[in-house]
Design a protein around this ligand. Structure first.
Ligand code: BMA
Length: 367
Protein backbone atom coordinates (compact mmCIF):
# COMPACT_ATOMS: atom_id res chain seq x y z
CA UNK A 1 0.00 0.00 0.00
CA UNK A 2 2.72 2.42 1.06
CA UNK A 3 4.79 1.58 -2.00
CA UNK A 4 1.79 2.17 -4.22
CA UNK A 5 1.13 5.56 -2.66
CA UNK A 6 4.78 6.50 -3.04
CA UNK A 7 4.68 5.50 -6.70
CA UNK A 8 1.55 7.56 -7.29
CA UNK A 9 3.05 10.64 -5.65
CA UNK A 10 6.26 10.24 -7.64
CA UNK A 11 4.38 9.93 -10.93
CA UNK A 12 2.18 12.91 -10.01
CA UNK A 13 5.15 15.16 -9.10
CA UNK A 14 6.89 14.15 -12.28
CA UNK A 15 3.86 15.14 -14.34
CA UNK A 16 3.44 18.43 -12.48
CA UNK A 17 7.10 19.36 -12.97
CA UNK A 18 6.73 18.47 -16.64
CA UNK A 19 3.67 20.69 -17.02
CA UNK A 20 5.20 23.59 -15.11
CA UNK A 21 8.38 23.41 -17.20
CA UNK A 22 6.42 23.25 -20.41
CA UNK A 23 4.43 26.45 -19.77
CA UNK A 24 5.44 30.09 -20.29
CA UNK A 25 7.91 31.63 -17.81
CA UNK A 26 5.15 33.88 -16.51
CA UNK A 27 3.24 31.52 -14.23
CA UNK A 28 0.26 33.83 -14.37
CA UNK A 29 0.20 33.94 -18.16
CA UNK A 30 -3.35 34.10 -19.53
CA UNK A 31 -5.09 31.02 -20.87
CA UNK A 32 -4.74 32.25 -24.46
CA UNK A 33 -1.01 32.97 -23.99
CA UNK A 34 -0.48 29.44 -22.67
CA UNK A 35 -2.43 28.02 -25.58
CA UNK A 36 -0.33 30.01 -28.04
CA UNK A 37 2.87 28.70 -26.44
CA UNK A 38 1.65 25.10 -26.66
CA UNK A 39 0.73 25.61 -30.33
CA UNK A 40 4.12 27.15 -31.15
CA UNK A 41 5.69 23.93 -29.92
CA UNK A 42 3.30 21.71 -31.82
CA UNK A 43 3.30 23.62 -35.10
CA UNK A 44 6.88 22.58 -35.89
CA UNK A 45 5.52 19.10 -36.71
CA UNK A 46 3.40 20.66 -39.43
CA UNK A 47 5.78 23.21 -40.87
CA UNK A 48 7.26 26.69 -40.48
CA UNK A 49 5.09 29.80 -40.18
CA UNK A 50 5.95 32.78 -42.35
CA UNK A 51 6.13 36.22 -40.71
CA UNK A 52 6.54 39.79 -41.95
CA UNK A 53 7.30 42.98 -40.02
CA UNK A 54 4.71 45.80 -40.31
CA UNK A 55 2.91 43.75 -42.98
CA UNK A 56 -0.58 45.18 -42.39
CA UNK A 57 0.53 48.80 -41.99
CA UNK A 58 2.24 49.68 -45.25
CA UNK A 59 4.12 48.27 -48.22
CA UNK A 60 5.97 49.43 -51.28
CA UNK A 61 3.98 52.40 -52.63
CA UNK A 62 1.09 52.40 -50.11
CA UNK A 63 0.29 52.93 -46.47
CA UNK A 64 -2.52 52.39 -43.95
CA UNK A 65 -5.02 50.75 -46.34
CA UNK A 66 -7.22 48.30 -44.45
CA UNK A 67 -6.88 44.63 -45.44
CA UNK A 68 -3.89 45.33 -47.61
CA UNK A 69 -0.55 43.53 -47.42
CA UNK A 70 2.24 43.06 -49.96
CA UNK A 71 2.42 39.38 -48.96
CA UNK A 72 -1.30 38.97 -49.60
CA UNK A 73 -1.13 40.87 -52.90
CA UNK A 74 1.51 38.39 -54.10
CA UNK A 75 0.23 35.11 -52.60
CA UNK A 76 -3.46 35.65 -51.80
CA UNK A 77 -2.79 34.95 -48.12
CA UNK A 78 -1.57 36.92 -45.12
CA UNK A 79 1.52 35.97 -43.14
CA UNK A 80 0.92 33.73 -40.12
CA UNK A 81 3.08 35.98 -37.94
CA UNK A 82 2.87 39.79 -37.89
CA UNK A 83 5.74 41.85 -36.47
CA UNK A 84 5.25 45.33 -34.94
CA UNK A 85 7.61 47.96 -33.60
CA UNK A 86 7.15 50.08 -30.47
CA UNK A 87 10.20 52.40 -30.56
CA UNK A 88 9.28 55.86 -29.12
CA UNK A 89 6.34 54.49 -27.15
CA UNK A 90 8.62 54.92 -24.13
CA UNK A 91 8.73 58.69 -24.79
CA UNK A 92 4.97 59.05 -24.54
CA UNK A 93 4.77 60.02 -28.23
CA UNK A 94 1.69 59.18 -30.27
CA UNK A 95 3.77 58.01 -33.26
CA UNK A 96 6.47 55.34 -33.44
CA UNK A 97 10.01 55.92 -34.68
CA UNK A 98 8.71 54.77 -38.06
CA UNK A 99 5.99 57.48 -37.89
CA UNK A 100 3.12 55.04 -37.29
CA UNK A 101 0.42 56.05 -34.81
CA UNK A 102 0.30 53.70 -31.82
CA UNK A 103 -3.51 53.60 -31.95
CA UNK A 104 -3.21 52.28 -35.52
CA UNK A 105 -0.73 49.63 -34.38
CA UNK A 106 -3.06 48.67 -31.53
CA UNK A 107 -6.06 48.26 -33.80
CA UNK A 108 -4.09 46.17 -36.32
CA UNK A 109 -2.79 43.90 -33.57
CA UNK A 110 -6.36 43.30 -32.40
CA UNK A 111 -7.41 42.59 -35.98
CA UNK A 112 -4.60 40.08 -36.47
CA UNK A 113 -5.66 38.32 -33.28
CA UNK A 114 -9.27 38.30 -34.44
CA UNK A 115 -8.14 36.71 -37.70
CA UNK A 116 -6.32 34.01 -35.69
CA UNK A 117 -2.75 34.94 -36.64
CA UNK A 118 0.16 35.61 -34.28
CA UNK A 119 1.67 38.94 -33.14
CA UNK A 120 5.28 39.67 -32.23
CA UNK A 121 6.68 42.99 -31.02
CA UNK A 122 10.16 44.51 -31.15
CA UNK A 123 11.24 47.66 -29.34
CA UNK A 124 14.02 49.95 -30.61
CA UNK A 125 13.76 52.14 -27.52
CA UNK A 126 15.84 55.31 -27.28
CA UNK A 127 19.10 55.45 -25.38
CA UNK A 128 18.17 56.62 -21.86
CA UNK A 129 21.29 58.82 -21.85
CA UNK A 130 20.23 60.54 -25.07
CA UNK A 131 19.77 59.68 -28.73
CA UNK A 132 18.26 56.71 -30.51
CA UNK A 133 18.53 52.95 -29.89
CA UNK A 134 21.55 53.05 -32.23
CA UNK A 135 23.32 55.73 -30.16
CA UNK A 136 25.74 53.24 -28.74
CA UNK A 137 28.95 55.10 -27.97
CA UNK A 138 28.39 54.97 -24.23
CA UNK A 139 28.98 51.94 -22.01
CA UNK A 140 26.93 53.47 -19.21
CA UNK A 141 23.37 53.31 -20.57
CA UNK A 142 22.36 49.91 -19.17
CA UNK A 143 23.92 50.64 -15.80
CA UNK A 144 22.03 53.96 -15.71
CA UNK A 145 18.59 52.31 -15.89
CA UNK A 146 19.20 49.56 -13.33
CA UNK A 147 18.20 50.10 -9.66
CA UNK A 148 20.52 52.75 -8.22
CA UNK A 149 21.32 54.15 -11.69
CA UNK A 150 20.73 57.82 -12.51
CA UNK A 151 18.04 57.13 -15.13
CA UNK A 152 16.26 54.45 -13.13
CA UNK A 153 13.13 56.50 -12.43
CA UNK A 154 12.86 57.58 -16.03
CA UNK A 155 13.23 53.97 -17.13
CA UNK A 156 10.41 52.89 -14.81
CA UNK A 157 8.24 55.50 -16.50
CA UNK A 158 9.20 54.02 -19.87
CA UNK A 159 8.32 50.54 -18.64
CA UNK A 160 4.99 51.83 -17.32
CA UNK A 161 4.14 53.13 -20.79
CA UNK A 162 5.12 49.79 -22.26
CA UNK A 163 3.03 47.90 -19.67
CA UNK A 164 0.02 50.14 -20.38
CA UNK A 165 0.29 49.43 -24.08
CA UNK A 166 0.39 45.66 -23.52
CA UNK A 167 -2.56 45.93 -21.14
CA UNK A 168 -4.50 47.90 -23.74
CA UNK A 169 -4.34 45.04 -26.25
CA UNK A 170 -7.72 43.45 -25.66
CA UNK A 171 -10.23 41.62 -27.81
CA UNK A 172 -13.97 42.43 -27.98
CA UNK A 173 -14.52 40.42 -24.78
CA UNK A 174 -11.83 42.33 -22.91
CA UNK A 175 -9.39 39.44 -22.99
CA UNK A 176 -5.71 40.26 -23.42
CA UNK A 177 -4.15 39.57 -26.81
CA UNK A 178 -1.08 37.30 -26.48
CA UNK A 179 2.16 38.79 -27.81
CA UNK A 180 5.59 37.32 -28.45
CA UNK A 181 7.74 40.15 -27.07
CA UNK A 182 11.33 40.51 -28.27
CA UNK A 183 13.09 43.23 -26.28
CA UNK A 184 16.79 44.20 -26.37
CA UNK A 185 17.46 42.12 -29.47
CA UNK A 186 20.75 41.54 -31.32
CA UNK A 187 22.59 42.00 -28.02
CA UNK A 188 25.58 40.02 -29.31
CA UNK A 189 26.23 42.88 -31.74
CA UNK A 190 27.61 46.32 -30.90
CA UNK A 191 25.08 48.63 -32.57
CA UNK A 192 22.45 49.15 -29.86
CA UNK A 193 23.00 50.71 -26.43
CA UNK A 194 22.27 47.29 -24.85
CA UNK A 195 24.83 45.53 -27.10
CA UNK A 196 27.84 43.37 -26.27
CA UNK A 197 30.28 46.27 -26.63
CA UNK A 198 28.11 48.51 -24.48
CA UNK A 199 27.42 46.45 -21.35
CA UNK A 200 28.63 43.38 -19.46
CA UNK A 201 26.69 40.10 -19.63
CA UNK A 202 25.76 40.66 -15.98
CA UNK A 203 24.27 44.08 -16.72
CA UNK A 204 22.39 42.75 -19.74
CA UNK A 205 20.88 39.90 -17.73
CA UNK A 206 19.92 42.35 -14.97
CA UNK A 207 18.22 44.63 -17.53
CA UNK A 208 16.24 41.72 -18.96
CA UNK A 209 15.17 40.27 -15.62
CA UNK A 210 14.26 43.69 -14.27
CA UNK A 211 12.02 44.27 -17.31
CA UNK A 212 10.27 40.90 -17.05
CA UNK A 213 9.68 41.26 -13.30
CA UNK A 214 8.51 44.85 -13.71
CA UNK A 215 5.98 44.03 -16.43
CA UNK A 216 4.66 41.10 -14.40
CA UNK A 217 4.34 43.34 -11.34
CA UNK A 218 2.15 45.68 -13.44
CA UNK A 219 -0.19 42.82 -14.27
CA UNK A 220 1.09 42.14 -17.79
CA UNK A 221 0.43 38.45 -18.36
CA UNK A 222 0.02 38.23 -22.11
CA UNK A 223 3.66 37.92 -23.12
CA UNK A 224 5.99 35.21 -24.34
CA UNK A 225 9.58 36.47 -24.16
CA UNK A 226 11.95 35.97 -27.10
CA UNK A 227 15.73 36.10 -26.59
CA UNK A 228 17.14 37.02 -29.96
CA UNK A 229 20.89 37.48 -30.51
CA UNK A 230 22.40 38.37 -33.88
CA UNK A 231 24.16 35.59 -35.83
CA UNK A 232 26.42 33.75 -33.41
CA UNK A 233 29.47 31.68 -34.43
CA UNK A 234 28.69 29.10 -31.74
CA UNK A 235 26.40 28.23 -28.89
CA UNK A 236 28.73 29.80 -26.24
CA UNK A 237 28.48 33.22 -27.89
CA UNK A 238 24.74 32.75 -28.40
CA UNK A 239 24.12 32.02 -24.71
CA UNK A 240 26.66 34.47 -23.27
CA UNK A 241 23.95 36.97 -22.32
CA UNK A 242 21.10 34.50 -21.79
CA UNK A 243 18.87 35.70 -18.94
CA UNK A 244 18.03 32.13 -17.87
CA UNK A 245 15.35 29.52 -18.43
CA UNK A 246 13.02 31.25 -15.98
CA UNK A 247 13.06 34.43 -18.06
CA UNK A 248 12.91 33.28 -21.67
CA UNK A 249 10.19 31.39 -23.57
CA UNK A 250 11.51 31.43 -27.11
CA UNK A 251 15.03 31.18 -28.52
CA UNK A 252 15.36 33.43 -31.57
CA UNK A 253 18.13 34.67 -33.81
CA UNK A 254 18.42 37.51 -36.35
CA UNK A 255 20.36 36.64 -39.50
CA UNK A 256 20.55 38.72 -42.68
CA UNK A 257 22.17 37.85 -45.95
CA UNK A 258 25.23 40.01 -46.63
CA UNK A 259 26.67 41.33 -49.86
CA UNK A 260 29.77 39.18 -50.44
CA UNK A 261 30.24 36.96 -53.49
CA UNK A 262 29.25 33.82 -51.59
CA UNK A 263 26.61 35.56 -49.49
CA UNK A 264 23.86 33.02 -50.26
CA UNK A 265 26.01 30.04 -49.24
CA UNK A 266 27.18 31.89 -46.14
CA UNK A 267 23.61 32.75 -45.18
CA UNK A 268 22.52 29.13 -45.56
CA UNK A 269 25.52 27.86 -43.59
CA UNK A 270 25.25 30.40 -40.74
CA UNK A 271 21.52 29.97 -40.42
CA UNK A 272 21.63 26.18 -40.33
CA UNK A 273 24.48 26.28 -37.83
CA UNK A 274 22.67 28.57 -35.38
CA UNK A 275 19.22 27.03 -35.78
CA UNK A 276 20.61 23.54 -35.25
CA UNK A 277 22.11 24.26 -31.84
CA UNK A 278 19.14 26.45 -30.91
CA UNK A 279 16.60 23.74 -31.69
CA UNK A 280 18.60 21.27 -29.62
CA UNK A 281 18.85 23.73 -26.71
CA UNK A 282 15.16 24.61 -26.99
CA UNK A 283 14.16 20.96 -26.81
CA UNK A 284 16.29 20.36 -23.73
CA UNK A 285 14.77 23.42 -22.03
CA UNK A 286 11.15 22.73 -23.17
CA UNK A 287 11.20 25.93 -25.23
CA UNK A 288 10.63 27.00 -28.82
CA UNK A 289 13.16 28.08 -31.46
CA UNK A 290 12.48 30.66 -34.21
CA UNK A 291 14.29 32.65 -36.88
CA UNK A 292 13.13 35.95 -35.38
CA UNK A 293 14.47 38.12 -38.22
CA UNK A 294 15.92 37.20 -41.58
CA UNK A 295 16.13 38.64 -45.03
CA UNK A 296 17.89 39.83 -48.09
CA UNK A 297 17.74 43.60 -48.53
CA UNK A 298 15.54 44.48 -51.57
CA UNK A 299 15.69 40.80 -52.78
CA UNK A 300 17.70 41.17 -55.99
CA UNK A 301 17.94 37.35 -56.34
CA UNK A 302 14.84 36.11 -58.17
CA UNK A 303 14.91 32.59 -56.69
CA UNK A 304 16.02 33.59 -53.19
CA UNK A 305 12.98 32.11 -51.38
CA UNK A 306 13.36 28.54 -52.56
CA UNK A 307 17.04 28.40 -53.33
CA UNK A 308 18.35 30.28 -50.34
CA UNK A 309 15.85 30.87 -47.52
CA UNK A 310 14.17 27.50 -47.79
CA UNK A 311 17.54 25.73 -47.96
CA UNK A 312 18.55 27.57 -44.80
CA UNK A 313 15.56 26.39 -42.75
CA UNK A 314 14.36 23.18 -44.38
CA UNK A 315 13.89 20.22 -41.99
CA UNK A 316 14.77 22.29 -38.93
CA UNK A 317 11.85 22.39 -36.46
CA UNK A 318 11.52 26.14 -35.91
CA UNK A 319 8.10 27.69 -35.35
CA UNK A 320 8.53 30.64 -37.71
CA UNK A 321 10.74 32.80 -39.88
CA UNK A 322 10.04 36.53 -40.04
CA UNK A 323 11.37 38.90 -42.71
CA UNK A 324 11.74 42.64 -42.07
CA UNK A 325 9.53 45.47 -43.24
CA UNK A 326 8.59 46.83 -46.67
CA UNK A 327 9.00 50.55 -46.10
CA UNK A 328 6.58 52.84 -47.95
CA UNK A 329 8.69 55.98 -47.78
CA UNK A 330 12.27 57.10 -47.37
CA UNK A 331 15.04 55.11 -49.05
CA UNK A 332 13.61 51.92 -50.56
CA UNK A 333 13.79 49.09 -48.09
CA UNK A 334 11.85 45.88 -48.50
CA UNK A 335 12.31 42.26 -47.51
CA UNK A 336 9.12 40.66 -48.87
CA UNK A 337 8.13 40.90 -52.54
CA UNK A 338 5.31 43.10 -53.88
CA UNK A 339 3.47 42.68 -57.20
CA UNK A 340 6.00 42.93 -60.01
CA UNK A 341 9.07 42.44 -57.80
CA UNK A 342 11.68 40.05 -59.30
CA UNK A 343 11.20 37.31 -56.68
CA UNK A 344 7.38 37.35 -56.88
CA UNK A 345 6.99 33.96 -58.64
CA UNK A 346 9.51 32.26 -56.41
CA UNK A 347 7.74 33.60 -53.33
CA UNK A 348 4.47 32.12 -54.60
CA UNK A 349 6.24 28.77 -54.88
CA UNK A 350 7.57 29.22 -51.33
CA UNK A 351 4.01 29.88 -50.18
CA UNK A 352 2.76 26.75 -51.99
CA UNK A 353 5.40 24.57 -50.37
CA UNK A 354 3.37 22.21 -48.11
CA UNK A 355 5.78 22.91 -45.26
CA UNK A 356 5.31 26.69 -45.08
CA UNK A 357 2.37 28.05 -43.10
CA UNK A 358 0.50 31.27 -43.90
CA UNK A 359 -2.49 32.72 -42.04
CA UNK A 360 -5.27 30.67 -43.64
CA UNK A 361 -3.41 27.44 -42.86
CA UNK A 362 -3.17 28.03 -39.12
CA UNK A 363 -4.98 25.89 -36.57
CA UNK A 364 -6.76 27.79 -33.76
CA UNK A 365 -3.67 29.03 -31.93
CA UNK A 366 -5.51 30.33 -28.88
CA UNK A 367 -7.49 27.30 -27.67
C1 BMA B 1 15.42 48.97 -38.86
C2 BMA B 1 15.10 49.74 -40.12
C3 BMA B 1 14.73 51.13 -39.71
C4 BMA B 1 13.55 51.08 -38.71
C5 BMA B 1 13.82 50.10 -37.56
C6 BMA B 1 12.63 49.89 -36.65
O1 BMA B 1 15.99 47.77 -39.09
O2 BMA B 1 14.04 49.13 -40.83
O3 BMA B 1 14.38 51.88 -40.84
O4 BMA B 1 13.31 52.34 -38.18
O5 BMA B 1 14.23 48.86 -38.09
O6 BMA B 1 11.51 49.46 -37.34
Amino acid sequence: MKAKKFLLITVFSFLTVGIVQAGPVDRNATKETRALYAHLKKITRKGIMFGHQDDALYGVGWKYDWNRSDVKSVTGDYPAVFGWELGHLELGHSNSLDSVNFDTIRSRIREVYRQGAVNTISWHLNNPLGGTAWDSKTTKAVESVLPGGKEHQKFNLWLNRLANFFLSLRDDHGRLVPIMFRPYHEMTGGWFWWGAKQCTPKEYVALWRYTVNYLESKGVHNLLYIYSPATAPNSETYFERYPGNKYVDILGVDIYQGKSKNASEEFIRNTRLDLTFMVKAAKKRHKVAVLSEAGLYNIPISNWWIHVLWKAIKNIPIAYVLVWRNACSGPTQFFAPYPGQVSEKDFQAFKNNPKTIFESQLPNMYK
